[in-house]
Design a binder for this molecule. Structure first.
Ligand code: FAD
Length: 299
């Protein structure tokens, strides 16, 4: 590892390198042990050469965006965690914008709104980065990224950069090509939107944010909806109907406000969350015969 650190600091001096850094600081759950090595490139252009160096060294690499859909083990992660956290948005055409994968979704939505471009209202309240959102095909209130992404620029583990059109991205409900192709890192995306009055777009964004604040336990750390929506049901309703609101293990519990969320009430470990999830899955299956599949990704 020390040789790898030397090479990175020599060739890419702007990249911040942290050894044994607790990942709880980088996740919305506030849970996660240390990364053997955490790399924080400061510009998107540093990512391809960084990946090429890591590839030559043969270390395992995990890509981290905003850490808002992840449960990271208490014992930490071996190898390298590369946090993609840089990138802004720019207008590239009458109806198109280009957004860096490390750009916060909320910033991309606000940029589009100020440009009089509609279509990202749903994205405004979803935390995390655009790259993480594309990987999960993030969505809410009838919108999802698959509806607006037209092109994605990616980098493979050798550092080679290519473009993939939307048709190649295998978008589905909370799924994309990137769930399987872990060797691909999203660098940026082109989004195609529609023109509208900025005030009307803003009003829709505010309305969705109000609905979110009313229904979701945003006052506690979490990773959003714990489970995917099972066909024909709502996970939160099934969990509530099993009487599991408030079910607690250690610092983790099923939110009283929205049973679809497992929250960290303070000091929760990854193990606590796993035990809550396991119990909820078993109870819902016993009661309704419905299998709840995690939307949260476990590392
Ligand atoms: C309060 C709250 C509300 C939420 N509401 C919603 C919602 O309404 N709808 C919804 O869909 N989700 C929701 N989420 C979940 C989460 O915010 C989204 O899934 C989000 O898109 C994850 O983005 P991220 O940058 O945090 O990704 P991470 O959690 O960092 O990573 C998620 C996955 O994406 C991969 N990834 C990240 N960046 C890249 C990249 N550049 N290239 C390749 N792979 C990458 C990671 O390796 C990982 O596999 C919510 C979460 C919270 C905490």
């Amino acid at each position: 590892m020390q040789e790898l650190i030397r090479e990175i600091t020599q060739k890419l001096p702007e990249t911040v390198v942290k050894e044994h850094e607790p990942l709880a600081r980088y996740t919305s759950f506030k849970i996660g042990g240390p990364a053997e090595l955490l790399l924080l490139p400061q510009t998107a252009s540093d990512i391809p050469p960084l990946l090429a160096i890591l590839n030559r060294c043969g270390v395992p690499v995990h890509i981290l965006g905003g850490g808002t859909n992840l449960l990271i083990p208490d014992q930490g992660v071996s190898g390298v965690v590369l946090k993609v956290g840089c990138g802004g948005a720019e207008r590239t055409g009458e109806n198109t914008i280009s957004v860096g994968s490390g750009c916060a979704k909320a910033s991309a939505a606000v940029f589009a709104q100020t440009q009089g471009l509609a279509g990202l209202e749903f994205l405004h309240g979803i935390p995390g980065t655009l790259g993480g959102g594309i990987s999960m095909n993030a969505g809410a209130y009838g919108g999802e990224l698959s509806q607006v992404v037209t092109n994605v620029t990616v980098c493979d583990r050798t550092g080679a950069v290519t473009q993939l059109p939307a048709e190649a991205l295998a978008f589905d409900y909370r799924h994309s090509l990137f769930r399987e192709r872990r060797d691909l890192t999203i660098l940026s995306a082109e989004l195609t939107l529609t023109q509208d009055d900025p005030a009307a777009i803003r009003a829709r964004m505010d309305d969705l944010m109000t609905r979110r604040r009313e229904r979701q336990p945003l006052e506690y750390p979490s990773a959003g909806s714990t489970f995917k929506r099972p066909a024909g049901y709502f996970a939160g309703k099934l969990i509530e109907d099993c009487g599991l609101k408030g079910f607690t293990v250690g610092g983790a519990c099923v939110s009283e406000k929205h049973a679809g969320f497992v929250i960290n009430r303070g000091g929760a470990t990854s193990e606590d969350v796993h035990r809550v999830i396991d119990h909820v899955q078993k109870q819902v299956f016993r009661t309704f015969g419905v299998e709840l599949v995690c939307e949260i990704e476990m590392w």
